[in-house]
Design a protein around this ligand. Sequence first.
Ligand SMILES: Nc1ncnc2c1ncn2[C@@H]1O[C@H](COP(=O)(O)OP(=O)(O)OP(=O)(O)O)[C@@H](O)[C@H]1O
Ligand SMILES: [Mg+2]
Ligand SMILES: [Zn+2]
Length: 740
Amino acid sequence: MGDSAAPAAAAGRLEKSYFDVLGICCPSEVPLVEKLLEPLAGVHKVTVVVPSRTVIVLHDAAAISTAQIVRKLNGARLEASVRAYGGAGQSKVSNKWPSPYVLVCGVLLVVSLFEHFWRPLKWFAVAGAAAGLPPIVLRSVAALRRRTMDVNILMLIAVAGAIALKDYSEAGFIVFLFTIAEWLETRACGKATAGMSSLMSMAPQNAILAETGQVVATQDAKINTVIAVKAGEVVPIDGVVVDGRSEVNESTLTGESFPVSKQADSQVWAGTLNIDGYIAMRTTAMADNSAVAKMARLVEEAQNSRSSTQRLIDTCAKYYTPTVIFMSAAVAVIPVCVRARNLRHWFELALVLLVSACPCALVLSTPVATFCALLRAARTGLLIKGGDVLESLASIKVAAFDKTGTITRGEFSVEEFQTVGERVSKQQLIYWVSSIESRSSHPMASALVGYAPSNSVEPKSENVAEFQIYPGEGIYGEIDGEGVYVGNKRILARASCQTVPDIVEHMKRVTIGYVACNKELIGVFSLSDSCRTGSTEAIKELRSLGIKSVMLTGDSTAAATHAQNQLGNILAEVHAELLPEDKVRIVDELKARDGPTLMIGDGMNDAPALAKADVGVSMGVSGSAVAMETSHITLMSNDIRRIPKAIKLVRRTHRTIVVNIVFSVTTKLAIVALAFAGHPLIWAAVLADVGTCLLVIMYSMLLLREKGSGKVAKKCCASSHSKKHEHSTSHHHLLQWSSA
Ligand SMILES: Nc1ncnc2c1ncn2[C@@H]1O[C@H](COP(=O)(O)OP(=O)(O)OP(=O)(O)O)[C@@H](O)[C@H]1O
Ligand SMILES: [Mg+2]
Ligand SMILES: [Zn+2]
């Protein structure tokens, strides 16, 4: 909400409000809602999310209030209500029973079934139809006033036609089927809506100030406010712990339910649960900008980016309805003009065609499935940014992984640290390196900064001047009046340093860093990192899905090969010593050679490659906002096993959509074919229309259900144990440098 408000602040306060609109039963109501709201003064943008029956309105709060919008929608019998930020979904619960209209209609219809015993009972069917009609009539009138054709009007014509043909029980059945199916659809969609709103209401609405104990609205809390979170409470805003320690369950964000321990300086996220212990935390974002709020916004916006399949369907539907209505009119009128025999038959055929003009099941086939898949993915800690991404993800052939921070943990430890030559003492070298590195956010930097205190050195980033980053090489900074370069072999060339040392055998497994000053090598260090738990599993699973995995890294060939060995040589290709632009080039080559390519990176200097790939996945909830926005998918947890899972989910979604489309098209065709073949059954046409709609929704909902879940084996990759062993032995070696 805050985001969208910012640019238009001058035009008054723009607000994004959510409305639950139960009356949206068919995509054909979308234009109705748009036509209703868009002309209103103060309304800037209207978004209709059919699967969750939500209308999102961007409006100027000063010019038009939410109450006015609700009144407008309810004027068209759309059963709208405001959804409060946080407190969503209650209105859905009241839908346990169908409306009294439907119930009365049903009872009267059952009574009329006994007309064979007593003829006058047939009038009960008419009464039943009349009982169920009022909501349909009111909505038809509303639609007519807006000059939009909608399903209510089609149904009304069908009922009128059936009565004109003196087919009273048919009329009653049409009304009953239509209204009961509508209720069932609402109920079915309720689950999806509830899931969506639980995503939006994960963070509590109030926060407690740590100093005064005062309760304030989360939305009003400023950045750098210290708030208190007691055991059992949900963290209201993103922030950093300043005091206390506790275990936090982050499953709402990451989908992983094991507790994460937090102490001073740990980051905590809004929407996560403080299990035990009291923490005081300093907020680092406004409530609207917390990771969870962004996540909810992204899922909701994903609705707007329609896949190509859906665009195709929408275009077809646009021509389909008028064509069929025109045909139906022709079938009704022409026989009358040519004085054909059996006018009744032609009239029935016309009515069947008319009812079949509603393409709702086909139009719903993609968005409901997409919606459920996006929601399901979000619940397991995977933010997918649009329906179109689902489609590309389903056809991925190659997965390119960044190494540091993606396949490996990105948590380096300093193995060895040595001076070269006599220019500086080890203490001074550590001081220089750690101070310069404290300006960098590279995963290696934090290891080097953390190495200083253990050698009784305090890094001073304020003493560094002219700091510079050379992507894929290293960094430069001036300290104590000296220009110091830290980085890989490439940085030595930049530092015009002649001496390139040989590397001894045991060093070939690790990442080596060089320190140069005044065209001279003054130090070397080695860092090691280990593979993430589950990297091997993830890559194996991808292979079983027919997807080839490759590694793209800026690190040395030695370190890359070592990681490949740790993984048991399951990567099809390893490319090392790459600059960010090399990664882009290789992604391009992979796309041309092997097909649709997925790129997974930690988003820092991988951003161009992520953007180039067909699907870019960025890692981590802590990833910068930019990374989250440029990638197509954000992995909220760092578990890359979510990738093969996501691919399975989207492939399943793809199958669901195909089934939906085939099913809804064939039923419609069958009914029309049957009618032309001499069996124009109006009630069957209505049943086919509302029934397929309902089945499409329910079938898509199955995507929300877990399939063989909850069994994420917490297996450690076997090689990580042997790796630890190697570390301890390598400490005993001394570096032998053959520098001149
Ligand atoms: N701040 C830094 N301090 C020391 N060395 C650095 C620093 N930044 C980069 N380097 C060196 O440059 C190399 C390439 O860096 P780059 O960020 O492109 O890749 P990476 O993130 O280490 O690896 P990957 O591409 O697998 O994520 C690193 O392996 C490291 O040797
Ligand atoms: Mg990286
Ligand atoms: Zn329909």
